[in-house]
Ligand binder design. Structure first.
Ligand code: NI
Length: 158
């Protein structure tokens, strides 16, 4: 898989159109995140949200569009959690990831957004941004025996 290209003008109308298309696709799936390469557009944009009750604080995170995102790991300690992906339908696996990151990205107005994310929120962002570099979650797994189909696993609600 190729590495996606940076978006030269985040505020361009076609970028907004792509974001809206991706939101439709994500909601139809349904999923909580989507990266442009998953809809065969090799550009560096991801969308995601965290449903209420899914993250540690239970507050969720609103629908967010990240253009040309950059992640900085603030705490390299790894935590393992279950992940699924619209590109691997019906599957789930346990993936270790850093649990505290900072994100810097452009929004659709061309403004730079910077914030920190922890726990499940940080996991979702890392999962989606990995797609921009052609990385899907099994490539991050250290225990492939935990990769399986949802219906064969117990204790998952993915
Ligand atoms: Ni995915």
């Amino acid at each position: 898989m190729r590495v996606a290209d940076s978006i030269e003008d985040p505020s361009a109308p076609e970028v907004r159109r792509l974001a809206l298309d991706m939101i439709d696709t994500m909601r139809d799936a349904p999923g909580i995140g989507l990266a442009a390469p998953q809809v065969h557009i090799p550009l560096r944009m991801v969308i995601y949200y965290v449903p209420e009750g899914r993250d540690e604080e239970g507050e969720g995170h609103p629908l967010t569009i990240l253009i040309n995102p950059e992640i900085t790991v603030l705490d390299p300690a790894l935590e393992t959690g279950a992940e699924g992906c619209l590109s691997l339908p019906g599957m789930v696996g346990s993936v270790p990831r850093p649990q505290h990151i900072a994100v810097k990205a452009f929004d659709l107005d061309g403004q730079v957004q910077e914030y920190e994310a922890m726990g499940y929120h940080a996991r979702v962002i890392q999962h989606e941004c990995d797609h921009l570099d052609g990385i899907i979650y099994p490539m991050r797994m250290t225990d492939l025996s935990s990769l399986g189909y949802v219906e064969e696993m117990t204790g998952h609600d993915e």
